[in-house]
Design a protein around this ligand. Structure first.
Ligand SMILES: NC(=O)C1=CN([C@@H]2O[C@H](COP(=O)(O)OP(=O)(O)OC[C@H]3O[C@@H](n4cnc5c(N)ncnc54)[C@H](OP(=O)(O)O)[C@@H]3O)[C@@H](O)[C@H]2O)C=CC1
Ligand SMILES: CC(C)(CO)C(=O)C(=O)O
Length: 310
């Protein structure tokens, strides 16, 4: 096996996880206590108390929301863990995180993941596997600049070997994982799906399935799709056909789900609207694409966020 350490926000949470294990609920509702190594993500890794404290990992999976990447304490903790051989695998929805990480860690080896697996942290020591899917991973482009992503990838045998090894290990661990030759394109496809589904479900407080059943909601969705599609198509070389049908399929397949943005507004948490709709509006405007439906939905979500304490 491989040594895996959970990096937590606080020392207390890491201590509890080491002492009691992770309470894991599988898809079939069976529960298990899994012994885990855990360390707080502090700027001083040597302060950790397990045998792994202070080691620089081969891979760090970043499974935080986009806005955590703007938290200096988080970045300092990460900085202390990223060694010359460390690879960062980013699971964030939306866009902008790769540019932010490339700017903050210029020497880091960056990879991105697009996943249809679902996971929910139900308490500081418990996680539920909420959806079975596929995780596609690929190397981030070597030329990351704000607003423009070239899809030319690094060509390094060593990087390809580590990626293939990681994919093999994840598959052996039961996490269906595949190599993506153009992960940026896949991130933009996911962005389009999230940009169309998430804000409307969050404002109307409806499930993904209701979105396509409600004629008014689905006509708004279509307007949002047209401009979002144009903005995405201006960024990537080729988009698969039938993206609209794919979005309808996602709604049908996840009909009872409440989107992550809806869950965030219900819990009064900051949403990922900036990394999804906000970024897409900026990119659309740069290309002269009218983004009026997106701008309205963006403003409504921001208004809801600023009213959380009201
Ligand atoms: N969950 C899912 O099924 C999927 C998620 N994604 C994407 O993955 C990303 C994460 O989503 P999600 O799992 O829903 O997010 P959550 O907010 O539920 O989980 C994020 C985790 O990161 C921890 N964290 C946040 N900030 C810090 C910090 N400063 N230091 C240490 N730990 C920190 C949180 O700890 P704490 O609890 O203490 O706040 C929490 O355990 C998002 O971009 C999402 O879009 C993509 C596909 C599926
Ligand atoms: C695909 C979708 C919309 C599923 O709910 C999702 O990724 C999310 O909720 O963020």
């Amino acid at each position: 096996g491989q040594a895996v350490t959970l990096l937590t926000r606080t020392a207390d949470q890491a201590g509890q996880l080491r002492a009691a294990g992770l309470d894991f609920t599988a898809r079939d509702s069976t529960r298990a206590r899994i012994a885990v190594a855990a360390e707080p993500l502090t700027a001083d890794p040597a302060a950790g108390s397990s045998a792994l404290a202070g080691l620089q990992p081969a891979w760090i999976f970043l499974t935080v929301k986009q806005h955590a990447l703007h938290d200096q304490e988080f970045l300092d903790g990460l900085q202390a863990r990223v060694g010359p051989q460390t690879r960062l695998l980013c699971f964030q929805n939306g866009i902008g995180h790769l540019e932010k990480l490339a700017e903050t860690f210029p020497a880091a080896k960056l990879y991105a993941a697009v996943t249809t697996e679902g996971a929910l942290r139900t308490s500081p020591g418990a996680v539920t596997h909420t959806g079975e899917g596929v995780t596609r991973i690929g190397q981030a482009p070597s030329t990351l600049q704000t607003g423009l992503i070239s899809t030319s990838l690094h060509d390094s045998n060593e990087s390809a070997a580590s990626l293939n090894l990681l994919i093999k290990l994840l598959c052996e661990a039961g996490i269906k994982t595949e190599l993506s030759k153009d992960i940026v394109n896949e991130m933009y496809q996911k962005l389009l799906i999230n940009a169309v589904i998430n804000p409307i479900t969050a404002i109307l407080r409806i499930s993904n399935g209701e979105l396509i059943r409600n004629a008014y909601a689905s006509s708004l969705m279509l307007r949002l799709f047209d401009e979002s599609y144009a903005a995405v198509a201006a960024q990537v070389e080729e988009l698969p056909d039938r993206m609209w049908n794919r979005i309808e399929e996602v709604c049908a397949r996840t009909a009872v789900n409440r989107s992550s943005m809806l869950q965030d507004v219900e819990a009064k948490r900051v949403t990922e609207i900036e990394a999804i709709t906000g970024r897409l509006i900026a990119q659309g405007r740069l290309k002269g694409i009218p983004m009026t439906a997106s701008e309205t939905l963006y403003a409504l979500i921001k208004a809801m966020e600023s009213d959380y304490n009201g």
